[in-house]
Design a protein around this ligand. Structure first.
Ligand code: HEC
Ligand code: HEC
Length: 440
């Protein structure tokens, strides 16, 4: 039957996709991921085929990082399955990988389509606001295909280690109207709560189509109109298409219709130019768009069941001030895709920038974000994070926190008051708050 023959390849590809160059993925997470991926795909195909009985032990749709949003049309579901495949596709040098790169597939960094491990983090570098392209900035590609030379960190630059964030729910994030997010900003702390969220306003590259959220809209002199940044650890990217095109180009060395010129190691001159002989662009636009539509319809995991202890934790989450930045719910506006239209987005983030204090500062500006500011990390999906990271937890922009409690303890700057309020709680109250956050 169709569903069996179609359910096979994603499982094999899931395993192949874990052939992470940079990350030591253990057999356990590989097994879990392969299972989740194949079972999810099977469940989708069963749903798409309209069968009434599920014949496999698929995980609950809310228990995975790579399930589709509810309410997709059969066409959208089919596109989702195709995009899932492309997201997991590992590239080899004869398919265009490199010449310099960080990893071989999207899924090898974004484990289970959720957050990555520190082994898969990459380093951005610059000198002040100068992205130093002549030195190979702003991203260190520390791997190279045979015949090319990996980049090395130049001396005297500021660096910032970036853990791959989860990619589920980005379609919902994209569908939140700009004014909803801007309404939460309080740049001068007019309400006196010590928290001053700021948007990162960025100008997109001129190839980002104008009908995209965050696309390039020329103004009277042909410059781009500034747009709200939503993606990335500092919210420096306003368009999902741009994020994906750059991920192919910078993270994997895959040229595409939007970025057709190979990213080469500028530190070594032209010696290694011939290493990648695959004609550019290396990726058909249809495959890039397939990944884009996959990400747009990728659902966040469902939160866990409420218990009396979690109810208490929820109240403490508000009273200690976490909700000052981790806004529990935003809402999408009208969308062509019914599954994205006028929906609640329970992400626990205001998507704004906050000064998080010295300990977290990277001293490296990104768009309008200063070297002390970070975008509030969404908290959805924390409930099942460890399942996809081989039992580990990596939190904050560089993965330095290994538990939710540790993450809270290193909140500083605008979040200092909330952190101190958390630390003043009784052990039982603290445990309730943690239990709640880990149920999201
Ligand atoms: C080498 C590891 C790596 C690879 C490979 C990679 N990413 Fe990422 N991705 C990251 C990191 C790190 C960030 C955060 C970057 C930052 O904040 O500067 C990120 C951010 C993102 C985001 C923004 C999420 C958000 O909410 O802010 C999306 C979407 C994304 N990646 C999609 C992709 C896609 C699609 C591919 C494959 C074409 C891909 N990534 C390949 C590491 C990777
Ligand atoms: C002033 C804004 C602010 C307040 C208040 C705040 N946070 Fe955060 N939180 C952030 C930002 C910004 C990040 C991302 C920091 C980074 O990337 O290094 C973050 C990250 C986190 C993370 C890690 C998420 C991840 O995916 O890495 C957790 C967990 C968290 N916060 C929980 C809490 C809790 C619980 C409270 C209340 C006690 C709280 N936060 C209060 C802004 C805030």
């Amino acid at each position: 039957m169709v569903k069996e023959s179609m359910a096979g390849p994603p499982a094999q590809r899931g395993a192949a996709g874990e052939r992470s160059v940079a990350g030591g993925v253990s057999p356990r997470s590989r097994g879990r991921r392969g299972l989740a991926r194949s079972a999810a795909t099977l469940a989708i195909l069963v749903a798409a085929a309209g069968c009434d009985a599920l014949t496999t032990q698929a995980p609950d749709p809310g228990d995975i990082f790579d399930g589709p949003l509810p309410g997709l049309t059969p066409e959208e579901l089919a596109a989702f399955v195709r995009g899932d495949e492309a997201f997991g596709r590992p590239f080899s040098p004869n398919e265009g990988l490199g010449p310099i790169f960080n990893n071989v597939s999207c899924a090898s960094c974004h484990s289970g389509d959720g957050r990555g491990r520190v082994e898969n983090a990459f380093t951005r570098f610059s000198i002040g606001e100068d992205l130093v392209p002549h030195l190979g900035g702003p991203q260190l590609q520390d791997k190279a295909i045979f015949g090319a030379i990996p980049e090395q960190l130049p001396p005297g630059v500021q660096t910032s280690l970036r853990l791959p964030p989860p990619v589920f729910g980005v379609g919902l994030i994209e569908a939140i109207p700009e004014e909803v997010i801007l309404a939460l900003a309080d740049p001068h702390d007019a309400n006196g709560d010590g928290i001053s969220g700021r948007p990162n306003i960025v100008v997109p590259e001129d190839f980002v189509p104008l009908d995209e959220v965050g696309g390039f809209i020329p103004d009277s002199v042909g410059a781009g109109r500034p747009q709200l940044g939503r993606f990335g650890r500092k919210g420096a990217v306003g368009s999902l298409l741009l994020q994906v095109a750059k991920a192919y180009h910078e993270d994997m060395g895959i040229t595409n219709d939007f970025l057709p010129v190979e990213n080469r190691n500028r530190q070594v001159g032209r010696v290694a130019d011939a290493a990648d002989r695959v004609p550019d662009p290396e990726l058909p636009e249809s495959e890039l768009r397939s990944v884009l539509s996959y990400l747009r319809t990728l659902a966040p995991p469902a939160p866990g069941a409420m218990t009396p202890r979690r109810e208490q934790g929820k109240a403490l989450f508000a009273s200690t001030g976490c909700t000052g930045c981790h806004t529990p719910e935003l809402r999408t506006g009208p969308s062509q895709t019914a599954a994205l239209s006028e929906k609640p987005v329970r992400l626990y983030s205001d998507l704004l920038l906050h000064d998080m204090g010295d300990a977290l500062a990277d001293g490296r500006p990104d768009g309008q974000a200063t070297g002390r500011e970070w975008k509030t990390a969404p908290l959805w999906g924390l409930r099942i994070m460890r399942e996809f990271l081989n039992g580990d937890a990596f939190l904050m922009h560089d993965g330095r926190a290994r538990s939710v409690e540790e993450a809270i303890r290193i909140h500083g700057g605008e979040a200092q008051k909330a952190r101190d309020a958390f630390l003043r709680l009784s052990p039982a109250a603290r445990a309730a708050l943690l239990d709640y956050v880990e149920s999201l």
